[in-house]
Structures are given as structure tokens and as C-alpha cells.
Write a new protein. Structure first.
Length: 186
């Protein structure tokens, strides 16, 4: 069975992650499905406007998946596709509302394996949330830790990992090899 490809795009808020990930998806020769992980119910006006802008900027021939969070099932439905998941941090927040951290990380690992095994080219956008001060509240620390562990899990399984800062890209992992002083970084 052919194996898929996992590409992680990391960065902070407004770093250019989503734009970069969409550019990668546009280069694909496969059909593209866009998994939007933000729930569309009970949102404020600003978030509704933000989602609508995202919808309008995507090519009309892309399949958009909204209000679905079972990555394992999606992996079986979109075999052979390029799947852009935007973003992992929202998916993790949704999971944290109903599961404990170990369950979430197990589910994430199983889902990543299913996506790869079903010959899906996966592009995952995720936020780096651990570069600031330690949050004061327990719930916020728990979420920050979960995102960090989730990013590490996905990065380990990924073939390519890129860091975006101010719209500029740095390769952290390319073709399964960690980029360091002995390998080409860009």
C-alpha cells in the first residue's frame, strides 16, 4: 500500500502559516480537501467574518470539511487526497473539552497513522504557543502543554516540518531528515 506524506507548518499568530499551507496545497496534483477545525456554531460576529474570509480565499474546487473532528474517519473518506488541516491547535482545543490529555494524544497518533496509511498528503497548520511566559491558570497551562506535546507528536511523524515567522519559512525537517548545521536548512 502506498504511504502518504505528512507536512507540518508551525508558527505564531499571523506568521503566514495558513497562507503557506494553502500555497503547498495549491501545488498538489491531487484533489484537495480543506478541514477547518473551528466549530461554526455559536460564534461571535468577528469569528463569523473571519471564517467567511477564509472560505472566499480558497479555490472553489477544493472540498471544504467543517464541524467534523474524527480525523481517523476522514482518513478513510479522503484516500488519495491532499488534506489541509487548519489548524491542529483548534482541533486539540475541541478534544480537550471532552477527553484527557493521554486520550487526546493517543487519538492524535492513531489519526496521523491512518492519514499516512491511506495515501493522503497531509498538510497540518499548528500554532507554537509555548514561547511566552508560563500561564497563571491551570487550564491554560494544560492547553499549552497539550499543544506542545501534540506538535511534537506530529513533527516526529512528519516528513517535512516548516517554521513560519513574518511570512518567511525555515525548514526544520525535510524529506524525513532533521535540518541542522550538517544539512541544508533552506
Amino acid at each position: 500500500m502506498k504511504k502518504g506524506h505528512l507536512h507540518l507548518v508551525l508558527g505564531g499568530s499571523r506568521s503566514g502559516k495558513s497562507t503557506w499551507a494553502e500555497k503547498l496545497a495549491r501545488q498538489s496534483t491531487r484533489p484537495v480537501a480543506y478541514l477547518a477545525t473551528c466549530r461554526t456554531l455559536n460564534m461571535d460576529t468577528e469569528m463569523k467574518d473571519r471564517i467567511e474570509r477564509h472560505r472566499q480565499q480558497r479555490p472553489s474546487h477544493w472540498v471544504t470539511i467543517e464541524d467534523r473532528f474524527d480525523l481517523h474517519q476522514i482518513a478513510h473518506e479522503y484516500k488519495g487526497y491532499t488534506l489541509l488541516i487548519d489548524c491542529l491547535t483548534m482541533w486539540l482545543a475541541n478534544e480537550l473539552a471532552k477527553n484527557d490529555i493521554d486520550q487526546i494524544l493517543d487519538r492524535l497518533a492513531q489519526s496521523m497513522d491512518a492519514l499516512i496509511q491511506n495515501d493522503i498528503e497531509v498538510i497540518i497548520v499548528s500554532n507554537e504557543v509555548g514561547m511566552g511566559i508560563v500561564p497563571l491558570g491551570e487550564e491554560t497551562r494544560k492547553y499549552r502543554d497539550l499543544v506542545g506535546w501534540g506538535n511534537q507528536l506530529v513533527a516526529q511523524k512528519a516528513t517535512d516540518v516548516q517554521w513560519l515567522q513574518a511570512g518567511l519559512c525555515i525548514n526544520l525537517k525535510k524529506n524525513g531528515r532533521t535540518c541542522d548545521l550538517d544539512t541544508e536548512a533552506n
